[in-house]
Design a binder for this molecule. Structure first.
Ligand SMILES: CC(C)(COP(=O)(O)OP(=O)(O)OC[C@H]1O[C@@H](n2cnc3c(N)ncnc32)[C@H](O)[C@@H]1OP(=O)(O)O)[C@@H](O)C(=O)NCCC(=O)NCCS
Length: 428
């Protein structure tokens, strides 16, 4: 996804024997091989997604003359609370070949990525972590969570008055027309929650249409949609069915599990209507919603909400602020207020400083301020965790990660509250 300017000066840094640099075509392939080894990948190298990873967002790390690893980033746009979006780097493929791990390549590689992305104008870098202990040290904060929900459909019923969306469920073919119809629903849903990555025309075929299932999505799946009486889509779902009866494949009572891969809607009413319709699909006994928000509104509309069981909850995306002012003024606020923040970024010192965040009539502004002992102290990892509203300020105060005067901490806590939990549906 190429939305942004290209970096005029390719990144280079030397730390002892270790060299971090933007690879040319030959070094790119060697780097891909080293990273594949890091991820334990064997078999044919698939280069069909490489065009989604811009050259100016790639880095290699070499020990002497030998390339031992690297990383790349997607040029994404990410929604903020309130519906605006900012450019972000979607960091992925961070790896050091197993025979070269433990030599200290991780930090120069990550710092290179942070400086490279800041130079390209990104407001933040985001990633999905293979292990949750890896990235806090580089200023990434756990920003969005995902949940897996499970329900026996015989326990599903809505409180009266809540199945109100007019329209009907229909199945769509898994083709280009479908992408054109569901993409606007996805974008509208992204803007209803902070932290969601917008998908462009190059990304959609990975999710819908790819014959083979991959980490990004695709493969055989049903596409269901909720169409309103005007013929527009208000929600869509990607799902698969499997028979999970003890005697599966034998004649008897069919007992299917319907696994929702994506359920995306313009409104709570449309989401409820499509979820209810999926629960009514013939032979379905169990619904599993495998990549879902932690606060699905349908739960509060059920007569017996406990029956929608949270099977798992996991960190989804980690956020590393690069331009704190752009992030803080890009999101919306539910209340007015004023707070002084003392922000320090050891990798990007020019982004550090004492600033005053003021929200007046819902409009935020940032201005430089004098140091004061009252200020709330934030680092990139704590701001990354708090920015989208997934964690409350007072929670990080309690755990000793954020300090300041009681009045300032309460003011920031109130300011950063959001209507709904942030969420990111796009795996990368
Ligand atoms: C994660 C990885 C890139 C680290 O590279 P590396 O060159 O071995 O790391 P370094 O030698 O620079 O170690 C840097 C620090 O990270 C720590 N570290 C390394 N791997 C770690 C892990 N799996 N969990 C926790 N800490 C880890 C080291 O202990 C070291 O800590 P210190 O700075 O406090 O001494 C490498 O282990 C790898 O390629 N892993 C497999 C692929 C992967 O999981 N990538 C991350 C994808 S999100």
């Amino acid at each position: 996804m190429c939305f942004q300017m290209s970096n005029p000066v390719p990144y280079r840094a030397q730390l002892g024997n270790l060299r971090v640099f933007q690879p040319d075509a030959d070094d790119k392939l060697t780097t891909i091989m080293a990273v594949r080894a890091a991820f334990g990948m064997l078999g044919d190298v698939e280069l069909d997604r490489e065009h989604l990873r811009p050259d100016e967002r790639r880095l290699s790390v070499a020990d002497g003359d030998t390339i031992i690893g690297g990383c790349f980033a997607y040029a994404y746009r990410m929604s903020l609370p309130g519906g605006a979006d900012v450019p972000v780097a979607g960091l992925a493929g961070v790896g050091v070949s197993p025979d070269a791990q433990g030599r200290g390549a991780f930090r120069p590689l990550l710092e290179g990525h942070i400086k490279q992305s800041a130079a390209l104008g990104d407001a933040a870098s985001i990633l999905m972590a293979s292990e949750s202990g890896l990235y806090g040290r580089f200023g990434y904060g756990q920003a969005t969570d995902m949940a897996v929900w499970q329900l026996d459909v015989r326990d599903f019923a809505l409180q009266s008055g809540f199945e109100t969306a007019a329209g009907r469920m229909l199945l769509l073919d898994n083709v280009e027309d479908t992408i054109a119809r569901v993409a606007p629903v996805h974008e509208a849903a992204c803007r209803r929650r902070g932290g969601d990555v917008l998908r462009d025309a190059e990304w959609w075929p990975l999710v819908l249409g790819a014959a083979k299932r991959s980490w990004f999505g695709g493969g055989p799946q049903f596409v269901a949609a909720w169409e309103n009486p005007a013929g527009e889509l208000d929600a869509y779902a990607l799902y698969v069915l499997e028979d999970v009866a003890d005697d599966a494949g034998q004649p008897g009572t069919p007992a299917n599990r319907l696994t929702i891969r994506e359920l995306v809607a313009r409104s709570v009413d449309a989401e409820t209507a499509l979820f209810a319709a999926l629960c009514r699909v013939s032979w379905v006994r169990e619904v599993v919603w495998e990549l879902a928000p932690v606060d699905p509104p349908v739960k509060n509309r059920m007569t017996d909400p406990r029956q929608l069981r949270q099977h798992r909850r996991l960190d989804m995306s980690w956020l590393r602020p690069l331009d704190p002012a752009a992030l803080l003024t890009g999101r919306h606020y539910l209340s007015d207020g004023q707070v002084v923040i003392d922000y320090s970024d050891p990798v990007l010192p020019s982004r550090s400083g004492v600033m005053e965040l003021t929200v007046t009539d819902g409009v935020p502004s940032i201005s430089p301020a004098d140091p004061t002992p009252e200020a709330v102290t934030l680092r990139p990892d704590t701001l990354g965790q708090l920015l989208l509203g997934g964690t409350r300020v007072l929670e990080l105060v309690e755990s000793g990660h954020v300090t300041g005067s009681v009045a300032a901490l309460r003011a920031l806590d109130r300011l950063l509250l959001t209507e709904r939990a942030p969420f990111n549906l796009t795996k990368f």
